[in-house]
Design a protein around this ligand. Sequence first.
Ligand code: GDP
Ligand code: GDP
Length: 437
Amino acid sequence: MSSNIIAIVGRPNVGKSTLFNRLIGQRKAIMDNVSGVTRDRSYGHGDWTGKYYTVIDTGGYVHGSEDIFESEINRQVELAMNEADVILFMVDVDAGLTGLDEEFANVLRRTDKPVYVVANKADTNARMHQMGEFYALGVGIDIYPISSQSGSGTGELLDEVVKHFKDEGVEDPDAGIPKIAVLGRPNVGKSSFVNLLLGEERNIVTDRAGTTRDAIHARYNAFGKEFIIVDTAGLRRKSKVSEDIEFYSVLRSVRALEDADVCIVILDATRGIEAQDVNIIALAEKNRKGIVILVNKWDLVEKDTHTTKQFEDEIYNRIAPISYVPIIFTSVVTKQRIHKAIEVAMEVYDNKTKKIPTSKLNDAMLPEIERYPPPAIKGKFVKIKYITQLPTHNPTFAFFCNLPQYVKESYVRYLENRMREHFGFTGVPIKLVFRKK
Ligand code: GDP
Ligand code: GDP
């Protein structure tokens, strides 16, 4: 259960994202040097005096334009009121009190959560004294002058904020929950797929009732499975960057991929597998992510008894030598096999995290090695003595032998195939390493 949540609210340009980055200690900050680009993440973790917390920059969820509407203020504040333990209401001492600040204050008055007014851009003493005018807002326990840019004042603010946290919190509240990235070329059905999942139970499980579906990186519960869809709010972007949408969408996919445990790669059945699809799958394998391929828009394909097999052959042919990836034929429109897709993604996650006991590995693999031993090279015989799974993040198996440098690639493939037959690592890249013993 995630707890100790800080939400930052306020009108555009007061410095919310600057403070957000500071509070998460730049640990996961994504700095886009192009102005006007909405950050990919508006959700991060940090710690202060031994307490872990999660920060949400609610401004990252709504349009970043200057003409911010009442409905957006409501949504931002609602998100904060639902999810947060402490709300930071940010204003700008340089710009002074504005009508928008007052509108925010009016909505914030409804909450019984602790609210602090954060008077940002108090870079100098003179500016710091201008914060007095914000008492007129009539909200908040107190006003804290800070400079998000230099960091001054943020320590005092955090000292106050963490007093509201009942416990130490956890470093990574998402640990153990599968993180899924939904990837694919434009128009294959990614957002339809995600929306269908979210619509299924309309249940965002961010540990609190009534959370809105805007939350990025939120936990979802569909078909009885809990998981995180990485980077859905990344789909929102500021209008200014339309020229670079293609570039940013690729960049975003790569980041989502790196963040995920399992990549669901969606293809368009009416177009078949294309070069860019192969690239995404190769990148996922290189990063040792779990992979599931969906051939979507299956409703649009005329089928006979061979069609499925033909599609599968074509895909495996193009992604060779990768052969372990499950392929599912889906239609988001008719909802065909959507449940199956999630089920398989969860299986792939289980495969990626499972540990095979050493005794089982040796009982299965030593006879295989005896049946077909490594071929001798220059009169030297490789003897594999035992096998063990290493305590690594991704499935890695050490084969201890006398002459590790003499194990040939073709023999590694043989071993990998036998490993997959015995232990079924469907959808997951596995690595075999050879160590001297
Ligand atoms: P947001 O729209 O509320 O997320 O605001 P940003 O974090 O994008 O900041 C808006 C502008 O204010 C940027 O140009 C920041 O560099 C600037 N800014 C943020 N914090 C400070 C500060 O403490 N002092 C000054 N002088 N400028 C700041
Ligand atoms: P994205 O760009 O990958 O997010 O793709 P979208 O989800 O926006 O879908 C692109 C178009 O394909 C939309 O018009 C969808 O209605 C349509 N679409 C998505 N999935 C299917 C499907 O399974 N069958 C059919 N016939 N159309 C689909």
